[in-house]
Design a protein around this ligand. Structure first.
Ligand code: PLP
Length: 450
């Protein structure tokens, strides 16, 4: 099927006229870049498409290739571009700061860093107000785990199967997808049964999943743990939601065992789920440590660990330093991102357009047997493909086929899930209903040609 992608025709509805057109491009062609990439870049680099696109320009929710062809970027970078590509306010903040001072560290006072830390704290509940900045989600989670171990004096970490927390020494241990692990690093991590209502061992029965965590604490540790870390909605794992009631109950028992609760908001935070600014808020819990990256910099490398003043003190017991963390250019971008989200009501838009998009995708499920599940919140949506709805047999080849067809039609989406059979739809939060219609029409058309 994957061979048939070339002769696709446009879906019925066109995108509305867009007031930006691509700039003239005279740089190298995709073939020239690909040749260099093959010779000079690590072959480990992943790309979803048979031939990676030569993306040369981005304007809000759209990307342009070297031929001036427009694509709806419904993957949003990798859930990184929350205000839209090259948002003028974010660009202006970066340019202004770059001209004045390009680099500084925590050794000096730095108002960009301090202002952003204050703004970030204002978005968080409780006493979560002290930030430490990093360059990525991996680094943020590494530091969160370290903080929890230093603070509690315990070593054991509990994370969920199917989670993705990064690719460093500690985070690779916390990650529970073997394709992302090497030598099956565990480093003191216990993986609990994933409370996944679709594929989970206990369906939506939160109580059973909670009991599993309690058993890990009872039988797998000395009785005290350092932390429980989880995403509110698993992103790389295929946009997996949690059985209702699970998180508050687990937070309770983890705290009783002396542990801290870490919310990995790298993918699900920063207004993406629409109903709340942070993913954990939908569960009515307040974590002890929150990690942030991806959307907070709108694609600029910026990560953060935010915690309480008391827990933050644990880090003074040893030296911890990050050369680029909190760089003024990145933190200026972060502050601009928070302002744009507010000014343009992007969280509200994520909720409204995201709900509409989910409805339309759910209607598509009635039309195609291949769609086993549609899930997620706001602009964090997943569509899981299965060849047999009863057995939930993963359909990775069909997933790739539809993605490739959609690319030909001008729509980019991501994929994930342990079996590579889940579309990940994580557009910039400025995505419109017209974009959503275009996406669903392109998906519908691609399924119809299967
Ligand atoms: N945590 C979550 C939930 C993620 O989705 C990711 C990346 O996809 C990470 C951590 C790691 O972030 P980074 O790739 O910036 O290191």
């Amino acid at each position: 099927a994957a061979e048939r992608t070339k002769d696709v025709v446009a879906p019925t509805k066109e995108l509305p006229a867009f007031d930006y057109s691509p700039s003239a491009y005279s740089g190298p062609t995709g073939d020239e870049i690909l040749a260099k990439r093959r010779e000079y870049l690590s072959p480990s680099i992943l790309h979803s498409y048979k031939t990676p696109l030569n993306v040369v320009e981005g304007k809000r929710q759209y990307l342009f290739d070297d031929k001036g062809r427009r694509y709806v970027d419904a993957f949003g970078g990798i859930a990184t571009v929350c205000c839209g590509h090259c948002h003028p306010d974010v660009v202006a903040a970066i340019v202004e700061q770059t001209k004045r001072l390009q680099h500084s560290t925590v050794l000096y006072l730095n108002h960009a860093m301090a202002d952003f830390a204050q703004a970030l704290a204002s978005k968080l509940p409780g006493n979560l107000k002290v930030a430490f900045f990093t360059n990525s989600g991996t680094e943020a989670n590494e530091l969160a785990i370290l903080m929890a171990r230093l603070y509690t004096g315990s070593h054991d970490i509990i994370s969920l199967r199917n989670s993705y927390h990064g690719n460093g020494g500690g985070t690779m241990g916390a990650t529970a997808q073997s394709i992302w692990k090497y030598n099956v690093v565990q480093s003191g991590v216990h993986h609990a049964v994933n409370p996944d209502p679709y594929r989970g061992l206990f369906g939506s029965d939160a109580e059973k999943y909670v009991r599993d965590v309690q058993e890990i604490i009872n039988f797998g540790t000395s009785g005290s743990v350092a932390a429980f870390i989880s995403e509110a909605i698993q992103g790389v794992g295929g946009i997996v939601e949690m059985a209702p009631g699970y998180l508050p109950a687990v937070y309770d028992i983890v705290r009783k065992a002396g542990g801290l609760c870490i919310a990995d908001e790298v993918q699900c935070g920063v207004a993406r789920t629409g109903s709340h600014f942070w993913g954990f808020e939908a569960h009515g819990v307040v974590p002890d440590i929150v990690t942030v990256a991806k959307g907070i910099g709108n694609g600029i490398p910026l990560g953060a660990v935010v915690t309480t003043p008391e827990i933050a003190k644990a880090l003074t017991r040893r030296n911890y330093f990050n050369t680029f963390g909190g760089n003024p250019v990145c933190t200026a971008a972060g502050l601009a991102v928070l302002k744009v989200i507010e000014k343009e009501k992007l969280q509200e838009n994520a909720f409204e357009v995201g709900s509409y998009l989910k409805e339309r995708l759910t209607a598509l499920k009635d039309k195609y047997e291949l769609i086993g599940d549609v899930r997620g919140q706001g602009m964090l949506l997943g569509v899981e493909l299965v060849t047999d709805r009863q057995l939930k047999t993963p359909a990775p080849n069909e997933t790739l086929y539809v993605m490739e067809q959609m690319k030909e039609l001008g729509v980019l989406i991501g994929k994930g899930g342990y079996y590579g059979n889940v579309f990940r739809i994580t557009p910039p939060l400025c995505f419109t209903k017209e974009d959503a219609d275009f996406l669903v029409d392109a998906m519908d058309y691609s399924f119809s040609r299967m």
